[in-house]
Ligand binder design. Structure first.
Ligand SMILES: [Zn+2]
Length: 99
């Protein structure tokens, strides 16, 4: 099972519960979630086999700055009809859209 270190408390977050708790933030095109250990809000970008933790900032529009790149083998992002799902280890996690 892949684990991703929390940038705040450094505890390892299992990828599955992390993915299950994510929402999609359409503006900057990133995912938001919460560390199950320290409760800190997380902002991250997901691409194939990769989770990038970082933060957003305002510069005329929302931008995302990646800080920590973490590889998660087999992770996939599926976009279909405006809905987003993340797939890992044969399990699909539908991601609710935020703003
Ligand atoms: Zn944490």
């Amino acid at each position: 099972m892949a684990a991703v270190p929390c940038p705040r408390c450094k505890a390892a977050m299992d990828a599955a519960p992390l993915l299950a708790g994510l929402s999609y933030w359409r503006g900057p095109g990133i995912f938001t979630g919460t560390c199950p250990h320290c409760g800190e809000g997380l902002e991250l970008r997901v691409s194939a086999s990769r989770i990038e933790l970082g933060y957003t900032y305002w510069a005329g529009s929302m931008h995302f700055e990646g800080m920590i790149d973490h590889s998660v083998a087999g992770l996939r992002r599926v976009d279909a009809d405006g809905a987003i799902a993340l797939v890992l280890d044969g399990v699909s996690y539908p991601i609710p859209a935020g703003d």
